[in-house]
Structure formats: C-alpha cells, structure tokens
Ligand binder design. Structure first.
Ligand code: HEM
Length: 410
C-alpha cells in the first residue's frame, strides 16, 4: 500500500484531497526518465502534500515556486533539504534569512561572482577545456562525466581558490562521495574530508600573503568585511564549503544533461556547430528544459498560502525542473526549441534573494563547453548499448555518460 493510501505521516492540518504520492528522490521511474515524472506535475493541483520523505508540500506552478522562493517573510531557508537533516551545519549564505543574509551575500555578489571579479574566467575556462579535451578527443570514446563534466568545474574552483591543480583527484572523490554515494556514511565522510582539508588550508593561508595572480575567491574570503570586521575562520570555511557543494556538482550535472541531449539530437547539435551565434539562446533553452535543483523552504509561521493552510516548520519543495516544465508558461515543455520566445524566463538558478550568484560563471563554463567541445567530437553519440541512469535528489544528475565519436585516423 502506498504511503498516501495508508495515511502514514499526514499531519492533521493537511486536507485528505491534497495528499498525493510523489517521492522526488526514490520514485523508481526517476532513474530512467525523470523529466516525464516532473512533467506529470502539470496534471496535479497547484499545491499538494506528499507523505514521502517525512512529509512535504509540493508547489507545481512556476509562479508559485518563484513566489515561495521570494517570500522570505513566510518561507525560511533554515532548512533547505528534504528530508530535514537535524543538526546540519549552517551554510553561508544559503541558510541565512534576512537581514543577516544580505551582509554575506554582498561579498559573493561583488567580490567573488561579478563579471568584473571573475575577470579572465572565460579565457581560463577555455584553456582548461582545451587541456581536458586533448586528453581524450583522439580516442573516439569517453565517459563524459569523469573525463570532462566533473574535472572542469573542480579545476576552475581550484584556480579561483588558489589551490594546486594536483588536488583534483581528491576533490573529485570527495564530491563523488558527497553527492553520489548510496551510503549515508560515505556522504558524511566526503563532506568531512573536504571540511578538514579546507580548514587546514585556511589556517595556512590566513597567516600567509594574499594570492598574487588568480585566486580571487580566496583573496575575497581573506579580505572581506562584515559589520566592519574581517570574516572569522568559521565564516570563511562555511562560505568555502558552500561554493564546493553548490557550485561543482551543479555545473557537472547541467553540462551532462545538455551533452546527453545534444548527443541524441543531431539537428540541435548541428545547429550549435554550424551557427555558434545561436549558442546563448540555445543555452537558455537548455537550462530551462533541464532544470536540476530540488530545493526546499521551511514554513516560518502558520499561514494560508493560496488557500492552503500551512503550519510552522512544514517543508515545501521548490523544484526548478517542475517550474521549468510548467506547460502554462512553456507550451510543449519537453520540446527543446532554441527559438522559444520566453526561453530566458526560466528558474534554473532560482529566484529572490538567494538567486544563484554563480549563474554568470556557470553560463560561461557551459557556453565555452558548447563552443569548444562539440566541434571537436564529430557526430558524437551515446555509446552503443549505453544505459543512462539518473540520480534524483537535491541535484538531478546522470551517473555516467558513455560517448563515442568519429576519431581521426592516426
Ligand atoms: C548550472 C549550475 C548551477 C545551478 C543550476 C545552480 C542553481 C542554484 C539555485 C537554484 C540556487 C538557489 C538556492 C535557493 O534558493 O535556496 C543557487 C544558489 C546558490 N548557488 Fe548556484 N547553481 C549553479 C552553479 C553555481 C556555481 C558555479 C556556484 C559557485 C561556484 C554557485 C553558488 C551558489 C551559492 C553560493 C548559492 C546560494 C546563494 C544565496 O543563498 O544567496 N552555484 N544555485
């Protein structure tokens, strides 16, 4: 019997007609085709309650998802995961509500992520891309996640943090552990290793000279001010961990969904190769079509939201794949149409005060990938008999993407 049918875990304030099964982490259909599961939310009520994962509300309309993200007076970020993890560390700035949030957010927006602060990021991303491509482009085959989509954002992070690129294997293994281990202990161990490493590294760098070239994110951590004082080490560590968990696996996943689609759709792929001027538009439509973030909010106080009574501490899912596939906003939402008139109006990077500060960086990295990678892998396609498996959670990812292409004769 399903949870909804058995009535397990349904709080008294939830009307029975709003209870529906939806487990955005464990529904077995997500493994093969998550997009049809999220697209099916078009047929659900605007707001419903799922008894799965400890019980949570789901908003199924793009405008409501954005409203929940924007209404920080009603919806707090003190817990942004489903199921709720008691005692989870507070991550700056994602777990901070106003007014404290703005003090830290300013550091990220101005000193870390503005196009000016990011300076040479486009040239750097291009250089990293070419270096990675040289390792596999002549082989005619690769597993794209490990060969490119994971190392690229990690190498970029290492550069911006003034960390040696030799650390790549460790960082990759911690991130694999945090995001892709089945066992809770392995996920915790990945986080613990990253925490310990960054903590020791900050101890060293806080007493040494500022980076001379590159490393602008480390320089920002070491020099930024809140309330007229420098950041404490704990604050620096929290921000560094936020960047690690928020900015690496997201880019990897987004890139992988996009390349998987293009590998299976020769007309779209050819258009990107033949007409690079279309890439900015193509990118927005691909970000819309393949939303990846399942973030939550916690109801801050008892309230009625669009006619539904919510109780303080209820969890509410704000899913960007659901928002981006809302057929009322994006007709035929599963169709990829680079010329879709409102392709830029998506919620891939969230909405409101927590809107992703890394959006510009992510867009540059993915655009450079489209410009550099596709032309060098002629007729790239999925490897014969490849089975693609998705993992759905806070980030919707593809486990592995085996590709083949026509390598030049040696
Ligand atoms: C395609 C890639 C990415 C996607 C889809 C994405 C998505 C998101 C979303 C949906 C949020 C809003 C979270 C919320 O409302 O609670 C967010 C916030 C955030 N993202 Fe990203 N992100 C990406 C890349 C990055 C990168 C590259 C970085 C940094 C290296 C980054 C750093 C952050 C931070 C620090 C926040 C929290 C902002 C705040 O609380 O004010 N993200 N991201």
């Amino acid at each position: 019997m399903s949870n909804a049918a058995s009535g397990v875990g349904i709080p008294a304030h939830v009307p029975p007609d709003l209870v529906m099964d939806f487990d955005f982490r464990n529904d077995p259909r997500l493994r093969a085709d998550p997009w049809s599961v999220f697209n099916a939310m078009n047929d659900k009520p605007d707001i419903f309650f799922s008894p799965a994962l400890g019980g949570y509300w789901v908003v199924t309309r793009a405008e409501l998802v954005a409203e929940v993200m924007r209404r920080y007076d009603l919806f707090s970020v003190r817990n942004i995961g489903i199921p709720v993890v008691q005692g989870a560390p507070v991550v700056i700035p994602n777990n901070l509500d106003p007014p404290v949030h703005a003090k830290y957010r300013r550091i990220l927006s101005q000193q870390m992520f503005s196009p000016q602060a990011l300076g040479s990021v486009e040239q750097d991303s291009r250089q990293l891309t070419r270096t990675l491509l040289e390792r596999f482009e002549r082989s005619g085959a690769c597993e794209f996640v490990e060969a490119y989509a994971r190392p690229l954002p990690v190498l970029s992070f290492l550069q911006m943090m003034d960390l040696p690129s030799e650390r790549l294997p460790e960082f990759m293994s911690w991130i694999r552990g945090i995001f892709h281990s089945a066992a809770t202990e392995e996920r915790a161990a990945g986080f613990q290793h990253a925490h310990q490493f960054l903590s020791h590294w900050l101890d060293e760098r806080m007493t040494g000279p500022l980076p001379v070239v590159g490393g602008h994110m480390l320089a920002a951590l070491l020099t930024a001010q809140v309330d007229g004082r420098r950041l404490t080490k704990d604050e620096m560590l929290s921000i560094a961990l936020m960047l690690l968990v928020g900015g690496l696996d997201t880019v990897t996943s987004q890139m992988t969904h996009i390349v998987r689609f293009l590998a299976e759709s020769p007309p779209h792929r050819q258009r990107v190769i033949d007409d690079p001027a279309c890439i900015p538009d193509a990118l927005e439509e691909l970000l819309r079509r393949f939303g990846i973030s399942n973030i939550a909010r916690t109801v801050a106080r008892d309230c009625t939201f669009h006619g539904v009574a919510l109780k303080e501490d209820d969890s509410i899912l704000c899913s960007t794949p659901i928002a981006n596939l809302d057929a009322r906003v994006f007709p035929a939402p599963l169709t990829v149409d680079f010329d879709r008139p409102n392709r830029k109006d998506h919620w891939a990077f969230g909405a409101g005060i927590h809107l992703c500060p890394g959006a510009y960086l992510a867009r540059v990295q993915i655009r450079v990938m489209l410009e550099e990678v596709l032309p060098r892998l002629p007729h790239v396609r999925l490897a014969p008999r490849a089975t693609i498996e998705y993992v759905s959670g806070g980030t919707l990812a593809i486990k592995a993407l085996p590709l083949v292409w026509d390598a030049p004769a040696v």
